[in-house]
Ligand binder design. Structure first.
Ligand code: MSS
Length: 363
């Protein structure tokens, strides 16, 4: 049993038995708390804040929240009440931190030592960004990025660019971007970015800007540090720079969730989750011998679309012994989850099937 640390105030409604408290700003879902359903319960969902969350007063009157929209032909400031009249859509999507799986890197990258649980699959409801843009006369010519700015109050005395949460993503994501005010059918809580969040299904967590106060279509990427040098893939020992790949679209990934560590002999149900990232999922295979032999798993639950994960199960008889259980997913484009992680300085984007396996003792 790992010792439990207290939940921070802004997330006191989380189920303390379902999460690992890494710090006041980082809560991870326990591997066995992901469950066998498609949707991760909100009170099990991981939390990652780069800055302390704003005060609860920002969700007191959600409809009054204001969003500035720039880089369109008719820039405007719209309240959430006004956005709600433009359109509405629900999308089920995986939310996953760029650093999920960092714990398995051996060069000791700094940052939260996430295992498998900086991820969840949730239902977002809001207005498609493209509908808002259409209402404002379309995107101005020559704009290549969607730049979202978080609504945190920045501590005084520091250069805002070094701490603000402002992310740019390519305008190709306009097809799928939504401005969400509901999470799993409830008003979006402050903890997950209420009253309004820019959600980019298929993209890593960091691009899903919480308490979004501005969305700007821009010619270039923001020079905020979190974009310019942060969240970039580079070799171990190399500093972050704007020409390195940014943590945008997620690749295909899966992992087993239960049984953990010990099981009884005979019939066992091996559970896990699999998703295609920015592409639809094709299939997932499970191996009980560390990857020598594979069996196709059965996908569970309804297919909630291209951006959602599918829980999977493999029913199998196990004799007493030691097993290494791993899973390997592939997407509709024929990309398979790799055996090994791509080594990189910050420990981002770990999709290795080998790293994400479980060792099981059956007696
Ligand atoms: N937003 C804002 N505003 N702030 C912050 O801090 N963070 C990021 C996103 N967004 C932030 C934001 C991150 S980094 C992540 S993951 C996410 O978010 C998380 O979410 P949740 O809801 O879970 O907490 Mo990594 O890639």
């Amino acid at each position: 049993e790992e010792p439990k640390s207290a939940l921070p105030d802004y997330a006191s409604w989380k189920d303390e038995n379902a999460v690992i408290v890494h710090s006041a700003n980082t809560l991870e879902t326990r591997r066995d708390a992901i469950g066998s359903g498609v949707v991760t319960p909100s009170n099990h969902l991981y939390v990652r804040n780069n800055l302390p969350a704003p005060g609860n007063e920002i969700v007191a009157d959600p409809d009054a929240w204001e969003l500035r929209i720039e880089g369109v032909n008719t820039p405007a400031t719209l309240t959430l009440a006004e956005l709600k009249k433009i359109g509405i859509e629900s999308v089920t999507a995986v939310l996953q931190c760029s650093g999920n799986g960092r714990q398995f890197f051996t060069h000791g990258p700094g940052g939260t030592q996430w295992g498998v649980g900086a991820a969840g699959c949730v239902v977002w409801t809001g207005v498609p960004l493209r509908d808002v843009v259409a209402k404002l006369g379309g995107v101005k010519d020559g704009m290549e990025y969607i730049t979202g700015t978080g609504g945190e109050t920045l501590p005084a005395g520091l250069d805002p660019k070094t701490i603000m949460v402002e992310r740019s993503i390519p305008t190709r994501a306009l097809d799928q971007a939504i401005l969400a005010w509901e999470l799993n059918d409830e008003a979006l809580p402050l903890t997950h970015g209420g009253p309004l969040r820019l959600v980019i299904p298929g993209y890593y967590g960091v691009n899903n800007v919480k308490y979004v106060k501005q969305v700007a279509f821009t010619e270039s990427q923001t020079d905020a540090k979190i974009q310019a040098s942060g969240y970039r893939i580079r070799d171990v020992g190399v500093k972050g720079a704007p020409d390195q790949p940014s943590m945008w679209e997620m690749p295909v990934k899966s992992w087993v969730t239960t049984p953990l560590e010990k099981a009884g002999s005979g019939r066992n149900m091996i559970h896990g989750v699999a998703f295609g990232g920015n592409n639809p999922l094709d299939k997932v295979e499970v191996s009980i011998d560390g990857g020598s032999n594979w069996l196709e798993a059965r996908l569970l639950g309804p297919d909630m679309g291209r951006f959602a994960w599918r829980p999977f199960v493999l029913a199998i008889d196990l004799a007493p012994g030691e097993y290494r259980i791993v899973s390997r997913a592939s997407d509709s484009e024929g990309n398979a989850q790799p055996q090994e992680r791509t080594e990189n300085e910050r420990g981002y984007g770990n999709a290795s099937w080998s790293d994400h396996g479980l060792s099981l003792t059956v007696s």
